[in-house]
Design a protein around this ligand. Structure first.
Ligand SMILES: Nc1ncnc2c1ncn2[C@@H]1O[C@H](COP(=O)(O)OP(=O)(O)OP(=O)(O)O)[C@@H](O)[C@H]1O
Ligand SMILES: [Mg+2]
Length: 293
């Protein structure tokens, strides 16, 4: 269990963190989301010991993190740090060695990761010759090469094409499945919703929501009633609550009203062919907008 507890951090007059805390269990994928400047990078830097908190603590299995713990973590910093002139495979191996792998193990791990991340064909190119997204893949290989005991990744998906997003998602799922706690920040909320067991929403240095994605969505209420009717005559929804829009020969009624939804259904059935009738729970993006508003 990785616990972040009561972190506070000020930069001069700016309060970056104002009591940030959450916990990530072994094997759990935790999505860390928040607007620009909310405090995600600051939190992750403190977890990794790159920055000191003014107060608060980061614990692993109940005791404060040590240098040795952190050395076994995999970290992808916001400020990407690769040696531009070094070759791709050499670089990943080098970082594996820095984390304590023997030469053969480092070579093997680097080779496997480059293969999985679609970089096998670029192994002998200098990093500076790679596109932005491919450099990002190298950065990920560097964070993963030593078989980390926890992963802390600051916007690992930014700049990746959809295939690379899928490849990385698979790698992270495997890491989590092997018992590693994974924290990553992202602005791609659909991805976080799809991938994460739990999310934390940070706003202006405070956690405004935290928990399993499904629980947050359930707690977000039932959502509006949406009815889609085809070939309905004009005026069929007169007197019904909600807002009616047309999409070709479909009419869509969206209602926040909590009244008699069965009456709405009967009216829709009388009017035409009902293609959809139901309420949907809010998406993570909708919960996010509400939480940080
Ligand atoms: N070195 C610094 N000196 C002064 N202020 C800083 C410093 N680093 C961060 N801050 C401030 O701390 C706050 C939190 O910044 P942080 O980088 O943690 O946000 P973030 O959530 O990672 O944002 P983004 O989504 O843009 O990456 C911001 O107000 C930022 O301006
Ligand atoms: Mg950041």
């Amino acid at each position: 269990m990785l616990e972040i507890d009561g972190l506070r951090k000020r930069y001069g007059d700016t309060t970056a963190l104002d009591g940030v805390g959450f916990a990530v269990r072994p094997g759990e994928m935790f999505g860390f989301v928040g607007a620009n400047g909310a405090g995600k990078t600051t939190t992750m830097r403190i977890v990794m010991g790159v920055l000191r908190a003014d107060s608060g603590e980061v614990r692993r299995d109940g005791r404060p993190l040590t240098y040795e713990d952190r050395r076994r973590f995999g970290y992808m910093p916001e400020e990407r740090g690769l040696y531009q002139k070094m070759k791709v495979a050499e670089q990943v191996e080098y970082f594996g060695r820095l984390h304590g792998l023997a030469p053969v193990a480092a070579r093997k791990a680097a080779g496997g990761l480059l293969e999985r991340l679609g970089l096998a064909g670029r192994r002998d190119d200098a990093v500076e010759a790679l596109s932005l997204g491919n450099q990002q893949r190298v950065q990920l290989a560097v964070a993963l090469v030593h078989g980390p005991s926890a992963l802390v990744l600051d916007e690992p998906f930014s700049g990746l094409d959809p295939l690379a997003v899928d490849a990385l998602a698979e790698v992270l799922k495997d890491q989590a499945a092997s018992g590693v706690p994974v924290i990553f920040s992202s602005h791609q909320l659909d991805l976080v919703e799809r991938l994460c067991d739990s999310v934390g929403i940070i706003s202006a240095g405070r956690m405004v929501a935290c928990g399993p994605v499904e629980e947050l969505r359930d707690a977000g209420g039932r959502g509006p009633l949406t009815v889609v009717v085809r070939d309905a005559p004009p005026g069929w929804a007169d007197g019904l609550p909600g807002r009616l829009t047309r999409e070709g020969d479909r009419q869509v009624l969206v209602s926040e009203d909590d009244g008699d939804d069965q009456a709405v259904l009967r009216a829709a059935v009388r009017a035409g062919r009902v293609e959809h009738f139901g309420r949907r729970r809010p998406t993570l993006a909708e919960i996010f907008r509400e939480a940080v508003a």
